[in-house]
Write a protein that binds this ligand. Structure first.
Ligand code: IFG
Length: 487
């Protein structure tokens, strides 16, 4: 299978030409236009194909008429159908030209250019096959979630994860920053949240947390890859780390114990105390101030220790706190039982009824069905890591579904996009992350990018097979599923 046929996510249209554009030590990256983002995009491209080819790609500003032997980056496509993330790529025997409406589109197109080159030096042929591509995503929200609460992961691990999902054109990383076992983000007005709440994790190791500067570093790193960070503070349930940090947050004014197990549904903030909402206001204020993205996720799942009417009261009081700080609320599907603020987004994970309620209330839905998109689900009963309460999810099952017909009554227009969560009860290292996330994530990225009518497992599995060498070249310790004839 040649490179233009093996791109993941599958582009909207690919026309193969004859010949190829040979990269040499003289190949320049020419910036056409004076938008400031062009330089950092060129640095990203050179940073990827320079080490690969051994060439030092010089970047210069130009007019687009510098002739053959160059790679052109331009932001003048002005093609409505490309939207904010679409791009066109034209490669003939003499040059390559990438164009988009917006910088994000050029960044997504650069991922395609990288996939048109061999994955490693063994490939040896530094030519980009002649091709005409026009491409743009189906959904505007295509993400993954890292649970850094059950087990804490370093800034370096999170940055690596960002690199890995950026290669498949994902544009959101949802960070599950708090839960029963750990509070992972510094809140200056409530310092014990990390001093105490960040001091442990599942299994009792030392846990950890991100200082506000480290969080900003992650946000900036993601933004350079046109990935939006969506921070989650789970509430009113999944709050033991906060309840262990501050006695006053508990209805009985007694701090709970640090929890290092993996049970769920036993904790709740004290819904009837004023200090609870002062606490939430302080947390959301500080979090919003360091989060440029539009969303703050307030969790809302598995609040089994909160009376239903108290849960509704709580959610009706908390949503305005988020919108007051200029952010849009996201919540797990149980939040649909509250009165939803006009723009609140509901993330479907398990209860189809909740998600239908959300749609009936006019909310957009993020599709994260646990039976398809939960990356902590074991591949099969022999998988050493992960859980299987929702399903065993092999590579084909994670791919062969359509968000727009998965729940009767939820159609394309109700869907903001898709997200693949990785819960970390059983996930301890970056290797564990890579083993559970790959090779399922590329398929989920395609579910978010490529229309269902253009997708089928038998065709996709052949493309995925050629990405084995790519994952290996990136040092990704992926699960070698038997469903794929790996190259
Ligand atoms: N459900 C819980 C998660 C995690 C997960 C493990 C949601 C929204 C089971 N809530 O998924 O905290 O424990 O698969």
């Amino acid at each position: 299978m040649d490179a233009p046929d093996a791109i993941i996510p599958k582009p909207v249209s690919v026309t193969k030409g004859s010949g190829a554009f040979k990269l040499t030590g003289d190949t320049k990256i020419i910036l056409v236009g004076d938008q400031p983002e062009l330089a950092s995009l060129a640095r990203h491209l050179a940073g990827k194909i320079g080490p690969l080819t051994g060439f030092n790609f010089v970047t210069v500003k130009g007019t687009g008429n510098e002739g053959k032997g160059n790679i052109y980056l331009r932001l003048d496509a002005n093609t409505a159908e490309l939207g904010d993330e679409g791009y066109t790529l034209k490669v003939d025997g003499e040059m390559a030209s990438l164009a988009a409406n917006k910088p994000a589109g050029l960044f997504r197109g650069i991922q395609t250019v990288i996939q048109l080159l061999p994955a490693s030096a063994e490939g040896g042929n530094w030519s980009i096959p002649a091709v005409g591509i026009s491409d743009h995503p189906l959904y505007g929200y295509r993400g993954s979630m890292l649970d850094v609460s059950r087990h804490f992961f370093s800034v370096a691990d999170v940055k690596r994860y960002i690199d890995l999902i950026a290669a498949y054109k994902m544009n959101v990383l949802h960070l599950h920053l708090s839960d029963d076992q750990g509070w992972r983000i510094e809140i200056k007005s409530w310092p014990k949240l990390t001093e105490i709440g960040g001091s442990s994790e599942v299994g009792g190791a030392k846990g950890g947390f991100y200082t506000q500067d480290e969080y900003r570093d992650i946000v900036n790193y993601a933004a350079e890859r046109y990935i939006t960070i969506v921070p989650e503070i789970d509430m009113p349930g999944h709050t033991n780390a906060a309840l262990a940090s501050y006695p006053e947050l508990n209805c009985n004014d007694t701090a709970t114990k640090i929890y290092t197990g993996t049970e769920v549904g036993f904790s709740t903030l004290c819904v009837n105390k004023d200090i609870t909402y002062k606490f939430i206001d302080d947390v959301i204020r500080e979090l919003a101030a360091m989060t440029p993205g539009p969303y703050i996720h307030i969790g809302g799942d598995e609040s089994h220790a909160t009376k239903k009417e108290d849960y509704v009261t709580f959610m009706n009081k908390v949503q305005p706190i988020v919108t007051k700080y200029g952010k849009t609320v996201v919540g797990w599907d149980e939040i649909a039982n509250a009165t939803l603020e006009p723009n609140t987004i509901v993330q479907f994970w398990a209860d189809e009824g909740n998600s239908l309620t959300a749609v009936q209330k006019g909310a957009k839905v993020i599709m994260s069905p646990a039976k398809k998109a939960y990356l902590d689900m074991q591949y099969d009963s022999t998988t050493k890591l992960g859980l299987h309460w929702a399903a065993y999810i092999e590579v084909d099952s994670a791919y062969a579904w359509d968000p727009a017909s998965y729940v009767k009554g939820i159609s394309r227009d109700n869907i903001l996009g898709i997200e693949a969560p990785l819960w970390s009860e059983t996930i301890v290292t970056m290797d564990d992350i890579e083993y559970m996330v790959f090779p399922r994530l590329p398929g989920l990225a395609e579910v978010g990018w490529t229309p269902a009518g253009a997708r089928n497992w038998e065709e996709y599995r052949k493309r995925l097979a050629t990405h084995g060498p790519r994952m290996k070249a990136s040092g990704v310790d992926y699960y070698p599923s038997k469903k794929v004839d790996w190259k």
